[in-house]
Write a protein that binds this ligand. Structure first.
Ligand SMILES: [Zn+2]
Length: 296
């Protein structure tokens, strides 16, 4: 099954899902509450989001486990439930997946920093990610998606942990900012450095997600394509978050403007395309229309 996912990416663009946290908030997840708790408390709503993404045309959905590492959950006193929450997250997405569709076990950043900027060691990060990866594999994930990484060192801990804890293919997406001299993570690592180190660590696909809107994502994919022969993943944000008077978050890039740049993202070399913050099942449906169902 996993082999055929990478085979599919050779035959056509593989469609991923869009924002999950923003969809859960739209269904009433309180601001500041860890979304992972809903894998146990509101499984019906999480599963509904997954099903809507599959119905919109997604080939892969990501589990509701982005903040599911023990270190991240510790901020909410939930560290002891890390394994349980990740198994539940993967089972929910698996249950929502039609036959022949895929589940990516989402592994986001810890929210903490490694020494010397922070207080954690690489061994501590690696142990937390290994626990999460093993639980996602146990729950039925087809691949592990180390995503939204802004620190290459942390991403490498997660990739190595995922490779050690399971036999699943590991994808990694870094979050880059567009600077005049190119694309760089928050910690200052450029595309070529990330690509070389992550390839060495054994990833099956590399990509960029979050932060960039779909127009700026085109350049990031071009830079990634120049840096690696690996399959590429692109999941752009729907622009930047905007707060309204009531404190509600919306995103600045509307659906039509977002989708307009998707063919350029594909032409630049992306093999897997989906959305990130602010994108909804409507965005994924519109991407599918644009890429696969063009009638005129
Ligand atoms: Zn995002």
């Amino acid at each position: 099954m996993n082999g055929s996912l990478l085979d599919l990416a050779k035959a056509r663009t593989v469609l991923m899902d869009g924002g999950l946290g923003t969809e859960l908030m739209a269904r009433g997840l309180p601001q500041g509450s860890p979304p992972e708790t809903w894998d146990l408390e509101r499984p019906d709503l999480v599963e509904d989001v997954h099903r809507r993404y599959f119905a919109a045309g997604a080939d892969i959905v990501s589990t509701n486990s982005f903040g599911g590492s023990r270190i991240k959950l510790a901020g909410h006193g939930l560290e002891a439930r890390a394994a349980e929450l990740n198994v539940a997250a993967a089972r929910l997405a698996r249950r929502a997946a039609p036959p022949g569709k895929w589940v990516a076990g989402s592994i986001g950043p810890t929210g903490k920093f490694l020494k010397p900027q922070g207080e954690f060691t690489e061994d501590e990060f690696t142990a937390a990610f290994a626990e999460q990866a093993a639980a996602l594999a146990e729950g039925g994930a087809d691949i592990l998606l180390v995503e939204t990484q802004y620190d290459l060192r942390e991403a490498l801990c997660a990739v190595r942990a995922a490779r050690r804890a399971s036999s699943l293919p590991v994808f990694a997406t870094m979050t880059f900012n567009a600077l005049p001299r190119g694309y760089f993570t928050l910690m200052g690592d450029g595309v070529a450095k990330c690509a070389a180190a992550l390839a060495e660590a054994g990833i099956s696909a590399l990509g960029a997600n979050c932060s960039l809107d779909s127009e700026r994502m085109v350049g990031a994919v071009r830079a990634l394509r120049a840096a690696t022969p690996l399959p590429l993943v692109a999941q752009a944000n729907a622009g930047q978050p905007v707060l309204d008077a009531e404190g509600r978050v919306s995103y600045s890039q509307g659906l039509e403007d977002y989708v307009r740049f998707v063919p350029d993202i594909v032409a630049a070399g992306a093999d897997f395309v989906g959305g990130c913050c602010g994108t909804t099942p409507d965005y994924i449906n519109a991407i599918a229309e644009k890429l696969f169902r063009r009638t005129s």
